[in-house]
Design a protein around this ligand. Structure first.
Ligand code: IMP
Length: 180
């Protein structure tokens, strides 16, 4: 889909992200230190960089699985209707689960995925989101761990896209449109 011309203003540097991921991993490790195996579930596609860094900081036996949900299409506005495009490969019944999300915005995606996974009766289910835009929230949900709270800006980088672009930026940047 064609996009309007835009520039990207750096908001969170790669170094700052790395330090925060390390700190989050320590807290997550403390919570799950007695686990026999932690199933780390990445929400595709925006969390793929975050989950890759997160599992390498977690000194625990982990299994990695993915679920793909969509609410945005190629626009910058949530449609509020969450669809599951790809489900987990493995069973999570009786298992320890960590859901890894890139951004909690309106909250519909995380709410939907958590509801779906809780219905499968995991032993423990926790959530971590790299970014949170609290002023955009429309449903009452908050991740158990959050990397950074950010203002209501459309962001890209570190796995996060705008119309499938800019996922490969090492930092988080705000999209600034050049035309009204
Ligand atoms: P929610 O259902 O509104 O909370 O939206 C969550 C999903 O929307 C995230 O997992 C992202 O994929 C996407 N999203 C929300 N805000 C942004 C943004 O600023 N840039 C890119 N994607 C976003």
């Amino acid at each position: 889909m064609p996009t309007r011309p835009y520039v990207i203003d750096e908001m969170i540097s790669a170094k700052t992200i790395a330090a925060r991921v390390e700190a989050l991993a320590k807290e997550i490790h403390d919570t799950f230190r007695d686990t026999d195996k932690l199933v780390v579930v990445g929400l595709l596609r925006g969390s793929f960089v975050f989950i890759a860094d997160m599992v390498r900081e977690l000194d625990l036996p982990v299994e990695v699985d993915f679920i793909e949900a969509t609410s945005y299409g190629d626009s910058t506005e949530s449609s509020r209707e969450v669809r599951i495009l790809k489900d987990l490969r493995g069973e999570i019944h009786g298992r320890d689960v960590l859901v890894v999300e890139d951004i909690v915005d309106t909250g519909y995606t995380l709410q939907h995925v958590v509801g779906l996974l809780r219905a499968r009766a995991p032993k423990r289910l926790k959530t971590v989101a790299l970014l949170d835009k609290p002023t955009r929230r429309e449903v009452d949900i908050k991740a158990d761990w959050t990397g950074f709270e950010i203002p209501d800006e459309f962001v890209v980088g570190y796995g996060i896209d705008y119309a499938q672009r800019n996922r490969n930026l090492p930092f988080i940047g705000a999209v600034r449109f050049l035309e009204p």
